[in-house]
Design a protein around this ligand. Sequence first.
Ligand code: CO8
Length: 371
Amino acid sequence: MHHAVIAATGLFTPPNAISNEELVESFNLYVERFNADNAEAIAAGDVVALQPSSPEFILKASGIRSRFVMNKTGIVDPAVMRPAIPERPNEELSILAEMAVTAARQAIEAWGKPVERIDAVLCAASNMQRAYPAMAIEIQNALGIGGFGFDMNVACSSATFGIKTAADFIASGSARAVLMVNPEICSGHLNFKDRDSHFIFGDVATAVIVERADDAQGGWDILGTRLKTVFSNNIRNNFGFLNNAAPEGIGKPDKLFVQEGRKVFREVVPMVSQMILEHAGDLDLDPQGLKRLWLHQANINMNDMIGRKVLGRDPTPEENVIILDDYANTSSAGSIIAFHSHSVDMTSGDLGLICSFGAGYSAGTVFVRKR
Ligand code: CO8
């Protein structure tokens, strides 16, 4: 059995940002227009008037101040309220692959080795752009990598599931180096007309190279990986290939992201905290000795609570990294952005935890030690 190392990471951040104020301004214009257009039906009690959103609520409930998106104009236009992302011809690199390739090139440059050393590409994200061919194979081809590639989707937990898959390939000898990418266009499956969730997500791509320890210089030893899934309907998106076959047509408005946010909060925080503590115990690690937590970035209050449970005290901002204020929830990429942006200052022997949680429910823990 071979040990695996996180050897390098990369990050692609889209050029356009939308502040809470900008997002709420367009949402509230949409609400005003909707209520004016439906004034009679609302007065008759046939239609429920829409309520405005507020930047203060968003910041307080989630900690999010801003988000990056692949297209801003469509989202902030109250007559459109969705990103405008034109289809590309098959001969062109698709947009999700393009984001992943940009993040991957950064990781490969930081790694400093030729792509021929990579044996597998995993595209791990909460939505693939198409059914097939697999995004991973297009990304593999664009980067000139040999071996094989495949897609995997475990919603917000896709990256930790991807790291574990890569580490297992390395342990078994199936691969010596694996590229794992997380391109997320969350704005494409977000309902910007829904007050409860219109502020939650942003777009981004991350990349991680996992390598056999014998081959690695520096990086992070992967001390242990653990995955958990428990079925729940509290976060769901019913978009899928059978929508087209439903005799009633697209029907209900559940073909975009929907959630019971409060229930998710209540159920996921204890599940993840317990999982982290149990996994640390099984690895003989003292959780209080963790130098840094790179948790999934969905909600500041969730991360505060999990951080407190894991460290047994209020973590400092340096210990419990938060990037969701600038990026919002970027699904699988969140914990990897946190790791990528806040790990260079750590020194040999420092312990950290990459942890994801989200739809499924799903959760993944990856304990690492700086080499
Ligand atoms: N502006 C003003 N007021 C609002 C707004 C708004 N935008 N939205 C709701 N309110 C009001 C409500 O009407 C309610 O009013 P009242 O008390 O009078 O009924 C009040 O504010 C409180 O509402 P909530 O109870 O809904 O608010 P919360 O405090 O629970 O905060 C959150 C809402 C932020 C959603 C919070 O519950 C949360 O973060 N929960 C956890 C969510 C989570 O982690 N989900 C994980 C999903 S991600 C995942 O797994 C990946 C899926 C795949 C990616 C999808 C990409 C699109």
